[in-house]
Design a protein around this ligand. Structure first.
Ligand code: ZN
Length: 148
């Protein structure tokens, strides 16, 4: 059963890395944030349209490994319509999950596919990269974020 779940998670990650959702630039984005993970060579740019504290639209472009692209793709599906505070709360849950595997009481939905990443410390930064970028974006920090 556990192996089946792992396989399903891998299929979701592969699907999102091969066909990333919301993979485009947004003309008229109100926030743009870049994420760079030099250890793996992941480079992502996130585009957000914010209306007050609410994320009306979000997209990304860039290149990277399967985990970084799938993470950004699922992130864009997850945070549309959420508020800045909700994104910051999700960031903490995702960070806890990918560093420890702990998900107690967290309704992370599809993000749970990254729970196994904690067993591969070198890939944690790949999974969290887009979350660092979006956290900077909603906070209004213009400087590129790096996982270093
Ligand atoms: Zn990577």
């Amino acid at each position: 059963m556990f192996d089946d779940l792992q396989e399903l998670y891998q299929q979701v990650i592969l699907d999102h890395s091969k066909s990333p959702r919301n993979f485009r630039r947004i003309e008229g984005a109100t926030r743009i944030a870049q994420g760079h993970n030099p250890l793996c060579g992941d480079n992502l740019t996130l585009y957000l349209v914010m209306d007050g504290d609410v994320i009306r639209d979000v997209s990304f472009v860039g290149d990277g490994c399967a985990i970084s692209k799938a993470s950004a793709s699922i992130l864009t599906e997850t945070i549309k319509g959420k508020t800045k505070a909700e994104v910051e709360e999700l960031f903490e849950k995702v960070r806890t999950m990918v560093t420890t595997g702990e998900m107690s009481g967290s309704n992370l939905g599809k993000l749970a596919v990254f729970a196994g990443v904690h067993k591969f410390p070198a890939r944690v930064k790949c999974a969290i990269l887009s979350w660092h970028a979006v956290k900077a974006a909603v906070a209004g920090e213009a400087a590129p974020v790096s996982t270093e």
